[in-house]
Design a binder for this molecule. Structure first.
Ligand code: ADP
Ligand code: MG
Ligand code: MG
Length: 239
């Protein structure tokens, strides 16, 4: 249902993605596993259609047999593609209640909101907080994850959902993925951690901007440990 055809992306300095081909099926959870700098976030930004990536890559993106390569980010969002950023957003003056209700056409009750806050490890006291710099990065990230579950997106990309969040247990991420899957969302979880990739139905190993392999998360986890020590797209040594 989401097809990537011959996706390449390069800057003046280097090739970041090299001729990627993949088809994501409806209602399945996928992990894209790979070391820092292999092109994971770049792939997410291309699927989402971010400025600087949209129209600057080669290849086509097909959603439900429709070519969406030329659609902008807001048009793709209306088609049901959404993304949780590695760096979560801030909204000056917007309460958590208003934020959770954004773009949501159904009647969302207070109890629903509390249920989804609990899912991401927050309590009801957060409802009247503002989604701004008074929340820590980790808190904003949790609230963003709650808002995505509420949206019931057709396709969601979670870029390192646990990054910058203390005490976000694997079981909490597992619950978020299960809730999304129950709503028949297609989930693409980007991670460099094998434990996180184990939570998805299928795993894709990204190495130097290429799909190195795909398969069960267990199989891909094994390959990752054996092959990917030096697999990175960063020129400097990793810290
Ligand atoms: P990952 O998410 O796998 O850690 P990224 O996709 O963020 O990696 O980046 C892959 C590589 O491409 C990195 O070395 C990064 O610095 C570089 N890169 C990403 N986007 C750009 C850009 N717009 N211009 C120049 N370099 C970029
Ligand atoms: Mg990274
Ligand atoms: Mg990244």
């Amino acid at each position: 249902m989401l097809e990537l055809k011959n996706i390449s992306f390069c800057t003046s300095e280097k090739n970041i993605l090299n001729d990627l081909n993949y088809t994501f099926e409806r209602g399945k959870t996928y992990s894209v596993l790979g070391n820092n700098g292999v092109g994971k976030s770049t792939l997410a930004k291309i699927i989402m259609g971010l400025n600087g990536y949209y129209k600057n890559h080669k290849g086509e993106i097909i959603l439900n047999n429709e070519d969406i390569t030329d659609l902008k980010i807001d048009e793709r969002a209306r088609k049901g593609i959404t993304m949780a950023w590695q760096e979560p957003a801030r909204f000056k003056g917007m309460s958590v209640i208003d934020y959770l209700k954004l773009g949501n056409k159904n009647q969302l009750t207070m109890n629903d909101m509390i249920k989804y806050l609990n899912l991401v490890g927050l309590n009801e006291k957060y409802l009247n907080r503002n989604v701004d710099k008074t929340l820590s990065g980790g808190e904003r990230k949790r609230i963003e994850l709650a808002s995505i579950v509420i949206l019931k997106p057709e396709i969601v990309i979670l870029d390192e959902p646990d990054s910058g969040i203390d005490m976000m247990s694997n079981s909490m991420i597992d619950s978020i993925l299960k809730e999304l899957k129950n709503n028949n969302s297609t989930v693409i979880t980007i991670t460099h951690r094998e434990e996180i990739s184990l939570l998805s139905d299928k795993a894709i190993l990204l190495c130097n901007g290429m799909i190195r392999n795909e398969g069960t998360p267990e199989y891909i986890g094994n390959i990752y440990k054996k092959l990917c020590d030096f697999c990175t797209n960063i020129n400097e040594p990793a810290e």
